[in-house]
Design a protein around this ligand. Structure first.
Ligand SMILES: Nc1nc2c(c(=O)[nH]1)N[C@H]1C(S)=C(S)[C@@H](COP(=O)(O)OP(=O)(O)OC[C@H]3O[C@@H](n4cnc5c(N)ncnc54)[C@H](O)[C@@H]3O)O[C@H]1N2
Ligand code: MOO
Length: 339
């Protein structure tokens, strides 16, 4: 790469994309890498403040930033990922489908430890839409040693897939509403509609809702009945804390269900339960899910729907970033909650 005066550059090949910014009106590529500079371009280049420009001269063992960015992007690309074109030396990593974003954090850290590499991502486990930008990558200098890109490619081989989107399944949901006060009609059910709205927003369907008093046997037979009629995820509400009438966790455990967790290090939503009974996930939701905008339920539900295995360690990890600051209005997922 060689620097020359713009006024002497006619006929030369531009080494990289040139960005123009007009505040409030335009930010983007004014000249593309590889463009052959013409007489008429000189005035425009000078008005963009480019008194000097780089002419491309790439040696053996070096890569241009555009080629480096595309190779980096291919290191990141896992299932259901699309790549943008290269622009201004950068490639964006995009969601190929609606789904659950998975990012290998360890791989991203290892790659960014290689000098001159920049990879910026969203957080893992977020629900994303097709076409959404998930990450961006570029090499920092205009010309980079190919060896550095090879190091990143080796890391990618060890960790693949680095970025992927898991499809979120549409499941048949069975709701069990516990609480003698609701069962006996003393108060109307306010919990069922919240659960219905949240599962439907992710593409699932409620097939049945059973109301039961705070009674172990009744809760247990409702779970089995819903599985018998084809429920693929069972969600119980209420009765999850410490009162004598809080029978739900005991009932689910008493079924012989495989308990992943009763209690999650997330506030609100710390009394949440996740178990598997006859191969079907069962979630126990504490009262706060009914009135708080975002809780542990919002963090775990998409993972269950995506069939992303959640073990006790995954639950423990939720504690870091698991405190909701209850902003008004709630801006989740555009906040630190669950990250
Ligand atoms: N001493 C402690 N107190 C509390 C604890 C604790 O660990 N120790 N945990 C707190 C947490 S965290 C939560 S969340 C709440 C409530 O948890 P529960 O799941 O046990 O909720 P319930 O007791 O069943 O109900 C609380 C409240 O909500 C009303 N409710 C329940 N279901 C419905 C429904 N379907 N429709 C309308 N309203 C409903 C219920 O009538 C109660 O008023 O406990 C904290 N306290
Ligand atoms: O489970 Mo409570 O749900 O933390 O508010």
């Amino acid at each position: 790469m060689r620097e020359i005066k713009t006024k002497d550059a006619i006929g030369q090949v531009l080494a990289h994309d040139l960005t123009k910014i007009v505040p409030g009106r335009f930010k983007g590529r004014a000249f593309k890498k590889g463009h052959i500079i013409r007489q008429g371009d000189v005035e425009e280049l000078l008005s963009m403040g480019k008194e000097h420009i780089y002419i491309l001269e790439i040696k053996e063992g070096q890569l241009h930033e555009d080629d480096a960015a595309m190779r980096l992007a291919n290191c990141l690309k896992g299932p259901n990922i699309e790549l943008s074109e290269t622009s201004e030396g950068k490639v964006n990593i995009l969601a190929g489908i609606n789904g659950l974003l998975k990012i290998n954090r360890e791989a991203i850290i290892a790659m960014n430890t290689v000098p001159d590499i920049a990879i910026a991502t969203l957080h893992s486990n977020r629900v994303v839409k097709q076409g959404e930008k998930l990450a961006g990558t570029r090499a920092v200098p205009l010309v980079i040693e190919e060896e550095k890109i090879r190091t990143v490619e080796t890391i990618a081989d060890n960790f693949a897939p680095v970025i992927s989107v898991m499809p979120i399944r549409s499941l048949k949901i069975g709701i069990i509403t516990t609480g003698s006060e609701v069962y006996k009609g003393r108060i109307p059910d306010k919990f069922g509609p919240v659960v219905k709205r949240k599962v439907e927003a992710l593409g699932s369907k409620v097939i049945d809702q059973i109301f039961v008093p705070d009674d172990v046997k009744e809760i247990q037979s409702a779970v089995n009945k819903l599985i018998d009629v084809g429920a693929e995820l069972i969600i119980t509400t209420g009765g999850m804390s410490v009162d004598p009438d809080d029978r739900t966790p005991g009932a689910i455990k008493g079924l012989g269900a495989e308990l992943i967790t009763y209690g999650t290090p997330v506030l609100p939503g710390s009394m949440l339960l996740l178990a598997y009974h006859r191969g079907i996930p069962v979630m126990g939701l504490p009262g706060c899910v009914m009135y708080e905008k975002s809780t542990s339920f919002d963090l775990i539900l998409p993972r269950v729907l995506a069939n992303d295995p959640v073990n006790r360690e995954d639950i423990a990890e939720l504690g870091y970033g698991g405190l909701c600051t209850t902003c008004d209005p709630c801006v989740y997922p555009h906040c630190s909650f669950g990250k």
